[in-house]
Design a protein around this ligand. Sequence first.
Ligand code: MOS
Length: 752
Amino acid sequence: MPTTQESSTPSPIGRSTPRVDGPLKVSGVAQYTSDFNFPGQLYAVPVEATIANGRVVKLDTAAAEEMPGVRAVFHRENIGTFFRSVLGVGFDGICDERRPPFEDDVVRYYGQYIALAVADTFETAKAAADAVRVTYATDEPNVETDLEADDEPEVVATTFNVRERLQSKRGGAEAAFAAAPVKIDQTYVTPAETHNPIELHATTAIWEGSNLTLYEASQGVFNLRGVLAQMFGLPKENVRVITRFVGSGFGSKLFPWTQCPLAAAAARQLGKPVKLVISRKMMFQTVGHRPRTQQRVRLGATRDGKLVSLQQDYINHTAILDGYHEDCGEATAFHYSVPNLRVTLGRARRNVGSPTPMRGPGAVPGLYATESAMNELADQLQIDPVRLRVLNEPKIDESLGIPFSSRHLLECFELGAEKFGWSKRTPAIGSMKRDGLTLGWGMAGCAWIAARFPAEASVQLRDDGTARVASGTQDIGTGTYTILAQLTSQKTGVPLDKVDVALGDTSLPEGPISGGSMVTGSMVPAVFEAADKAIESLLTIATTAPGSPFAKRKPTDLAFEGGRVFVKADGPAGGASFADLLRRANVRLVTGRGKSEATFGNPKPKFSTHSFGCHFVEVTWQPEIARLRVGRVVTVIDAGRILNPLAGRNQIEGAVVMGIGMALLEQTSYDRQSGAPINSNLADYVMAVNADVPPIDVHFVDFPDKEINALGARGIGEIGLAGIAAAITAAVHHATGVRVRELPVKIEQLLG
Ligand code: MOS
């Protein structure tokens, strides 16, 4: 192997780098899925069930079909065959709503697609969909908010795998709780929440013979390809999925939803490209949501604050079919040092569309509950909540009995407390005032899994001095284009503006889903190996091409640095640029491919790999006018090495904004009579907006985690949303004396 060295020019790694795709986005050149148009393209609009439980008895499509410009109204009788897809081995074939659209005449949730109108224009298709008359046999929907676990076996099937309902256990948690001198036993509730990316879910399907191309708003083009290939009975290679830019997803676009096969089936029947962009209302009905959770947390502790028992029994609502599991126990078993622990899961079926992962699935509602219980315990013990956590900081992952690869939560607490001024806190309720406002201060810790998905990439060096890096992963707005450019620039010495990045296409090397905050961590080894291979190929050319200045050398005599090849013994001064070498050899480009092995799902890991962090929050409370505001937030994150602090801070800030929404505003409400998510629009589904968001002070402790990859970079997309709601509700309690255990906090709860 020839030696390759990293560039001696300032490293692009760890440098705040504006998005390389920014100019394309702000100038409108970046094409999102619904921006693609094709000759002869038709438009499809689904007909939504207006009941949540029952059966379609009759569909009258006559009026719709007679409208000028309508090409077809599809339903169960004429849509053609869909096969069921199944879960594959590894992380493959994933789909939250497995039932193909129109498979039977049963309606199980409000808004379920029951027909599809296709026309020459979107407006005509919409009018036709509205003109379809439906007769239902209606049963009462079950959208009961009080959750009691369904009677399910000890081992249940979920979207991803089978799971034991006894999720984690050590010691004797019940007996230890019974004997504990100090106890907390509380139930915490988080509501259904809906992802609201700006970009609507969209599919354009194009058939050429038995080849299907899908332009799709997807966080995972390869998984989607696999599922759709199964649904149409095709070899995978016959299906191509393209997602150039994503207007965010927050998890709702991780896995395929039913509009995608519907568009593909309509295109198959009509022999034309079919575009289907769902409505904002449909976004609340058919493309997943974070399920409602109800979590009983029991803590037992000694009087000096050492945990002796931790129990968490949680339930999430789920759809009638399928088995989405919101893993509220994700962080529980390793986050605290406690000898006796028991975590169980349960699910309660409701007439709702399938839930799906939403930013920080599981850990976000889970840590809201466990961190809230910790805050309540601190208050009961009259111990500072930071001190309580320090007292219960584990030395190893006690659930697996293995060390953490890198855990610097205590440093996060220390830095956060210092930046926030935590030592000035006076614990008595309502005791802190400023400018006529009552202040409330609260804090919480957080954690999020860190791992690698399998990932492949290619890197090219080209005779014009540019490079190209390609992988079939996606940039969902988080900065993947930029990170891949930085990684490639680091290895090849090609400046960022001369690195082309290709993403979001199943014709590229197989990349991971944009999920789990795992893309960056997964891509580092793949891109680095690909770059090394491209350089290796370049050195072969340098030593073999006639006329090359290195023609008499062996590749092992040569080094590559800063885009130049030189003889190791002579140093870089006498070298030649790779572009020059390629031109002399009349070679346009050299390509290398690289691969990262997965660590996600490893049954016997040597290290427990997670990111950690904490939030310190100030709320202001004006009891006279019942005005509650989040006044400032300090967040400190331990996510390994931060490759791009600008993009990294932006991720954490965005998550904190979402956390303010989670704590104070967001909830999807289901109407008891119709079963409909009734606030299914951006006016009634209230999210945090600029006026709700205070200064957010984000810090990274920056300890590289070499177990994850050579750079030590873990993910940062999701962790910032974990724990923040518990910090806010603790601050609300500190200001008002009201302990809110059901999110979101409502003003009426605070009026004493
Ligand atoms: Mo995230 S919920 O893994 O997109």
